[in-house]
Design a binder for this molecule. Structure first.
Ligand SMILES: Nc1ncnc2c1ncn2[C@@H]1O[C@H](COP(=O)(O)OP(=O)(O)OP(=O)(O)O)[C@@H](O)[C@H]1O
Ligand SMILES: [Mg+2]
Length: 148
């Protein structure tokens, strides 16, 4: 995978239009290795939205901004880890701007990604780590069992 380095749970991506594809493949492989097929579809969808947003944010983030200068302006990264049965997914980018849920009209072609994340994730949010940029995170819980 050109531009991709990383271990099983951590993935550093060069910022390309194809980054979301590599992130989706990574997440699918990690969840398969964890035997968490129940969350693959959801995790892949959410990953796609968060990494696409990170790529777009990177494109609108000049390398001269303070956050980008302190951090790593050429890459984004993501990782995922387990807390009990819950999967935590994090995506970092160098932009200081923050995610905002939009209110798209029927003719708008954008502004839906975070709605999907909000729908599928148990929780999501963001924070600014000290090296700069920002991390958008979400938690994914197993689907509820049908009532007996
Ligand atoms: N990682 C991010 N960094 C900075 N701003 C972000 C980030 N993610 C989202 N945003 C902001 O939040 C808005 C809403 O994101 P959302 O994913 O819902 O829509 P979109 O990316 O504009 O369009 P779509 O996902 O439907 O193609 C974005 O337009 C952008 O302004
Ligand atoms: Mg989006």
């Amino acid at each position: 995978m050109t531009g991709v380095t990383g271990s099983e749970q951590y993935l550093k991506l060069s910022v390309f239009p194809t980054s979301a594809y590599y992130a989706r493949v990574h997440v699918q492989r990690v969840l398969e290795s964890w035997h968490r097929d129940d969350l693959i579809e959801t995790a892949v969808l959410v990953t796609s939205e968060l990494v696409s947003n990170a790529v777009k944010a990177h494109a609108s983030c000049p390398a001269t901004t303070e956050a980008a200068a302190q951090a790593d302006p050429d890459h984004i990264w993501m990782d995922l880890y387990r807390v009990g049965e819950t999967i935590v997914l994090r995506v970092w980018d160098a932009s200081p701007l923050t995610p905002v849920i939009r209110d798209p009209g029927p003719d708008d072609e954008s502004g839906r990604g975070l709605h999907l994340v909000d729908l599928l994730a148990s929780e999501w949010g963001y924070y600014r780590p000290s090296p700069g940029g920002k991390i958008v995170w979400c938690t994914l819980a197993p689907p509820a069992s049908p009532e007996e």
